[in-house]
Design a binder for this molecule. Sequence first.
Ligand code: CXF
Ligand code: ZN
Length: 381
Amino acid sequence: MRVTAAVARDEGQPFILEELELDQPRPDEVLVEVHAVGLCRTDIALRDQWLPVQLPAVLGHEGAGVVVRTGSDVTKVRPGDKVVMTFASCGQCRYCAGGHPAYCVELLDRNISGGRLDGSNALHGDGDGEMHGFFMSQSSFATHAIASERNVVKVDDGTDLDIAGPLGCGIQAGAGAVINRLRPEAGSTIAVFGVGSVGMAAVMAAQLVGCSKIIAVDTQPDRLALASELGATHLIDASRVNPVSAIQTLTDGGVGYTVETTAEPDVLRQAVYSLAALGTCAILGLGPAGAELSVDMTNLLLPGRTVTGVTWGDSRPDEFLPQLLELHGQGRFPIDRLIDTYSMMDINKAVEDMEVGKCLKAVLKPCSLPVRGDGAGLGMR
Ligand code: CXF
Ligand code: ZN
């Protein structure tokens, strides 16, 4: 079928809206009409080749929509069901079997290669137009997407699809790092470095689990102000003060937990050095290739501090995403406060707004290209 998709053709270049051909779902796959899709920093980082995803590609991995058709083996969903698309995993390795699919042994191959494991793609350009079109088992910067049964999460009929997509990646990552992995005890202290959408989800989760001091660290005053409304008890503007000393003063020597969302090596270092003895720092972001962290073995590590990477909130999405939606429905997890909506036509504006911090989380509404010819002059193919 014909679909309209935002294509990443060249490193660092704007996305281009194009008409492409989408295959029918395979037996274990699902065809989804995409109603809305979040823009994640990883989409931008991969377009810019921080990891070698193959281009041209249709990115997008926070899709929410309605099932149109299912492959013959699919039992989890039916046509008409609302779904959120999330990360892919094999379901069989020891990590998947142990309830940690975000650490699947095939995680990078299934999510970052751009295509299916067998090298095939669900999307194709016209003629010999090669297209990598199964990114994170969805390629959802498009009017329609093919996903695997395993990475669609069925959500309630009443779910607002315009805000649900980011649960598939960024929101799940921030909230899950706290709720599923760090598991701070009620009354404990936590600092969140970088309150973009992922950090904001971590702040909301820290409030949900009863942290007594929730310290938001950022360089943008408007983000800090929102973090305060969403649960942060203390705010640190890292452009004005040294966050490590400020945190040590606020907490009598360091926090029990830190969440690092910026993927900047210097900020990660601050997040590690802000920990009290026995504290744990969770690293969430995709950093520059080859970036390293060096820490003092004796003074920092021997007193029991832990530094750990947390992908997709170490979550089991079929359970965790509906739980987060339930909390949202109760007004206890207001992710709508993080979101600005754009037409897919304006994807490059959304990228720019997110990069300069004008918007925390852009959600794109897919649209079809104007009838061939009308796009002339709009910079579209
Ligand atoms: C990232 C997490 C780190 C590995 C690449 C994907 N998550 C999605 O945005
Ligand atoms: Zn993401």
